[in-house]
Design a protein around this ligand. Structure first.
Ligand SMILES: [Cu+2]
Length: 114
């Protein structure tokens, strides 16, 4: 009885966490080295997200942070375009999952001379 109650509690507690948006993969990947020019940024999550309430902020080698216009090619995906110059870049993402929870993270990548 006690075990069942504990197990039930664990399952209930685990369920909302499973719906958090977790980044599964991205392009560019964290730590990637790219060449300069226009780039398609793409982030894939494990759950559906509310693209309208999600945010992508890109900081370039000049230290300036730009909020990117977000496209949502799929319910679990965010996309954006950026023109990348040589140097270090940080892409910060914040997404609202359908369970109402916000998750955030950042990707760092480098643009190198060809
Ligand atoms: Cu959640």
């Amino acid at each position: 009885m006690l075990i069942a109650a504990l197990l039930g509690g664990w399952v209930l507690a685990a369920r909302p966490a499973a719906a958090h948006a977790i980044l599964l993969r991205s392009a560019p990947a964290d730590g990637a080295i790219l060449s300069a020019g226009p780039a398609d940024l793409e982030l894939n999550f494990n759950s559906r997200i509310d693209a309208a309430r999600s945010r992508l902020a890109l900081t370039g080698p000049d230290g300036v942070t730009r909020i990117l216009a977000i496209a949502a090619p799929a319910a679990d995906q965010l996309g954006a375009r950026a023109v990348l110059s040589v140097g270090a870049w940080v892409l910060r993402w914040q997404v609202l999952a359908i369970d109402g929870h916000i998750t955030r993270g950042e990707l760092r990548f480098t643009v190198a001379d060809p």
